[in-house]
Design a protein around this ligand. Structure first.
Ligand code: EPZ
Length: 420
C-alpha cells in the first residue's frame, strides 16, 4: 500500500485549483441511467471513487466515454446487466446510489448490500423502506438487495426518520420517473443533493422545494440527456483552508465558491483567519498567527459538516486554547484522535465529544489512515509536526482528494508518495 511521507514545516503558501465534488459526482453519475439519450457530465474529479462508479456503470453495459478533460458521455441504452456486484460495492458504499435510478428506469436492480465502514454501521433501511413505499418489492438474499417493480414505481408521501443524504438522493432519483407525485419529508439539504436535483431538472424532471427539507416531485415518463457541470468540492475546499489555518499560512483556492461552505468559513474566522473571496475563489490569510481553538458540533446542512470534523480536530490540536468537537452524525467518527495523540496531541474523548487542548507543535510519527477524512486530518497533523510523518493506507485519501501531494507541493509542502 502506498504511503505518504510529510516533512513538517512552515506555513502553506500559494494557489491551487479545487476539483469537482466527489459527493455530487457520484449520485449524478448514477442518475445518468435515467436518461433515454446520451448525457455529458463535466468537471468530474480524478478520484478512485469516480473510477469505481464509472467501472460499475460499464460493468452493467452502459457506454462510457471519457475525454482528457475528465468529462464523460454516458449512454444507458446499452445496459445489459442489472447487478452492482459485491467486488465493486465492497470498495465503494456509494454504489448503493444506482439502486433508485435502476429500479425507476428498468424495474429491476440487484445491488450488493453495502457493509459498514470505519466510521459507522451505515445502514440503508431508509433507502429500502422508501422504495417499498413507492411499490418496489425488495428482498435481501445472499448479501444482495434484490428489488423489483411491477410496472412503473408509484409516487408516495415519504417521511425519512433521519436526515440522510444517500436516501434522499436514491428516493429522488426513483421519484422522477414514478407515476404521480412523490413528497420527500425531512429531506437532506446538502448542496450535493441540490446539485443532483438541478441535474435531474436539466434532464426534464419536475422537482419543487430544491434546497429545502421537503421535496415535491411530479414523475414524468422519460428523461433526456443534457450537459451538466459538477459543482466544486466544498470538503476539499474546507480541507485546504483548514490546513492553511493550522500552519499559519496564506492560500488562494480557485474554481470554488464561498457560498458552498459558509459554516466552515465562519468557524475559520473564529479561529482568527482573515478570509476574502470573489465569484470563483477564496483566500485565507492567518497573517502568521497561531489559530485559536474553536468548538463545533456536526449536524446536517446548513450546520457544520461531519466531513470537516476530523480536519478541525487536527487544527485544534495545534491551536491556542481548548476546543470541544461533537460528532452527531456517525457513531465512530472520532477515531483519528488516537493517531493524533500518538503525535503528541492532547485530546480527551468523552462519548461523541473530543476535548482538544492545543499544543505548540506535534511530533512526527508513523500513523495509519482509517477513513477518508481521518486521513486528511493526519496529513494536516504531519504539516505541523517536527520531523517526517509517515501516513500509511493512503488509498483512503486517493478516494476523495485529487492529486493531494501535487496540490500540497504547490503550496510549499515537502511531501512525497512512497509506493508500496
Ligand atoms: C453521505 O454519506 C456522504 N457520502 C458522506 O461523505 C457524508 O459524511 C454523509 O453523507 C453525511 O453528510 C456521499 O455523499 C457519497 P447519510 P451517506 O445517509 O449518504 C444514517 C465522505 O467523507 N442512515 O447522510 O452514506 C447513517 O447511519 C463521505 O465524503 C440511516 O440510519 O450518509 C448516518 O448516521 C463519508 N439509515 C446518518 O443517517 C439509512 O438508510 C447520515 O448518513 C441511511 C442513513
Amino acid at each position: 500500500m502506498d504511503k505518504l511521507i510529510i516533512k513538517g514545516g512552515g506555513p502553506l503558501s500559494g494557489e491551487i485549483r479545487i476539483s469537482g465534488s466527489k459527493n455530487s459526482a457520484l449520485p449524478i453519475l448514477a442518475a445518468t441511467m435515467l436518461s433515454e439519450t446520451p448525457i455529458q457530465i463535466g468537471n468530474l474529479p480524478h478520484l478512485n471513487d469516480i473510477t469505481t462508479m464509472l467501472a460499475l456503470l460499464r460493468s452493467m453495459g452502459l457506454a462510457v466515454t471519457l475525454n482528457e478533460k475528465m468529462s464523460v458521455e454516458i449512454d444507458a441504452n446499452t445496459i445489459t446487466e442489472y447487478t452492482a456486484p459485491y467486488e465493486l460495492v465492497k470498495t465503494m458504499r456509494a454504489s448503493i446510489l444506482v439502486l433508485g435510478p435502476m429500479l425507476a428506469r428498468y424495474g429491476r436492480a440487484n445491488v450488493s448490500f453495502p457493509g459498514g465502514c470505519a466510521i459507522g454501521s451505515r445502514p440503508v433501511d431508509i433507502h429500502l423502506r422508501g422504495l417499498e413505499a413507492m411499490g418496489a418489492v425488495i428482498e435481501v438474499d445472499e448479501g444482495y438487495i434484490r428489488a423489483r417493480s411491477h410496472g412503473r414505481l408509484k409516487g408516495a408521501h415519504i417521511f425519512m426518520d433521519t436526515v440522510t443524504v444517500g436516501a434522499t438522493e436514491n428516493l429522488l432519483m426513483a421519484a422522477v420517473l414514478a407515476e404521480g407525485e412523490t413528497v420527500l419529508e425531512n429531506a437532506a439539504r446538502e448542496l450535493e443533493v441540490v446539485d443532483l436535483a438541478h441535474c435531474l431538472c436539466a434532464m426534464g424532471a419536475h422537482i419543487e422545494g430544491i434546497g429545502t427539507d421537503k421535496l415535491v416531485i411530479q414523475g414524468v415518463k422519460s428523461l433526456k440527456g443534457c450537459e451538466y457541470h459538477i459543482m466544486p468540492d466544498r470538503i476539499e475546499t474546507g480541507t485546504f483552508l483548514t490546513a492553511a489555518a493550522a500552519t499559519r499560512g496564506h492560500v488562494k483556492l480557485k474554481d470554488t465558491h464561498p457560498g458552498i461552505l459558509e459554516s466552515v468559513l465562519i468557524k475559520l474566522e473564529e479561529a482568527g483567519a482573515h478570509i476574502s473571496f470573489g465569484d470563483n475563489w477564496i483566500s485565507l490569510d492567518m497573517k502568521g498567527n497561531r489559530p485559536k481553538a474553536v468548538s463545533l458540533k456536526t449536524a446536517p446542512y446548513p450546520a457544520f459538516p461531519t466531513d470537516m470534523q476530523a480536519q478541525f480536530t487536527a487544527m485544534n490540536a495545534v491551536s491556542e486554547g481548548t476546543g470541544t468537537v461533537v460528532e452527531t452524525i456517525f457513531e465512530n467518527r472520532l477515531i483519528q484522535i488516537h493517531e493524533l495523540n500518538r503525535m503528541g496531541a492532547n485530546i480527551r474523548l468523552e462519548g461523541n465529544t473530543a476535548i482538544v487542548t492545543g499544543v505548540e507543535r506535534l511530533k512526527a510519527a508513523p500513523v495509519m489512515a482509517t477513513d477518508l477524512r481521518a486521513s486528511a486530518s493526519l496529513v494536516i497533523a504531519g504539516l505541523v509536526a517536527d520531523g517526517d510523518t509517515l501516513v500509511d493506507r493512503i488509498y483512503h485519501i486517493d478516494r476523495g482528494y485529487e492529486c493531494i501531494e501535487e496540490k500540497l507541493q504547490l503550496l510549499g509542502v515537502n511531501i512525497r508518495r512512497v509506493p508500496s
